[in-house]
Design a binder for this molecule. Structure first.
Ligand SMILES: Nc1nc2c(ncn2[C@@H]2O[C@H](COP(=O)(O)OP(=O)(O)OP(=O)(O)O)[C@@H](O)[C@H]2O)c(=O)[nH]1
Ligand SMILES: [Mg+2]
Length: 196
């Protein structure tokens, strides 16, 4: 599968033409959005990653194969970003999520070690309202032992239970666990979309 970085955009006028079904990746700053994209496409350095939160600042568009586009979104909840930039960020991401007609689903990525944040909940509710598919992912599972992982999964599944979304997929960018399952969900959404 060929993958290529297409472009970065800060505003609507700069998005690529909405020719392909699109899947976006959202979540708290530094949660591992860019790393997850790289694992899905088997390319270490397609999406830029960093241990410093706030690495991804624009909307980054990638062509995946011949009929799919991925969008790496900047993360939310990065405390060090000034309020004025937070406002711009919110507007930029909200405009994208609201207006992008070819956006089929958003992979909402959460750290298995952290509690679900208000930002996560707002995003999921909002995606539901706009009838966009939600694929919830709990990432960095390699950082926990089996027992901790089971406990955290139970707690987070409980917290997400009433949100009207599918069960979260457990993922690790380090071990690549969960990769096939995420692809399966993406393909399910694309197939349903073709039948429409
Ligand atoms: N152990 C472990 N580390 C991870 C995993 N996923 C991401 N990381 C690390 O977490 C840090 C942030 O990863 P990124 O992929 O850059 O995160 P991001 O969500 O794109 O960050 P921003 O673009 O800054 O919002 C990097 O140091 C990654 O190596 C994972 O599954 N396991
Ligand atoms: Mg990133």
């Amino acid at each position: 599968m060929d993958v290529e970085f297409l472009k970065s955009a800060f505003e609507k006028g700069h998005y690529p033409p909405p020719e392909r079904p699109e899947i976006a990746f959202a979540g708290k700053s530094n949660v591992g959005k860019s790393s997850l994209i790289n694992v899905l496409v088997n390319k270490n350095k397609l999406a830029r990653t960093s241990s410093t939160p706030g690495r991804t600042q624009a909307l980054n568009f990638f062509n995946i194969g011949t009929n799919l586009c991925f969008v790496d979104l900047p993360g939310y909840g990065f405390a060090k970003v000034p309020l004025s930039i937070k406002a711009t960020w919110g507007k930029m991401v909200e405009t994208y999520l609201k207006s992008r007609e070819n956006l089929k689903a958003v992979i909402v990525i959460m750290d298995i070690r952290r509690d679900i944040s208000v930002d996560d909940i707002n995003l999921i509710n909002w995606l539901n309202e706009y009838k966009k598919g939600v694929i919830p992912v709990l990432t960095k599972v390699d950082k926990l032992n089996r027992k901790e992982r089971d406990t955290r999964t139970r707690i987070l599944q409980g917290a997400l239970e009433n949100m009207n979304i599918d069960k979260p997929i457990l993922f690790s960018a380090q071990t690549r666990e969960g990769k096939d399952e995420i692809w399966k969900r993406i393909e399910g959404i694309l197939t349903a979309n073709e039948r429409e």
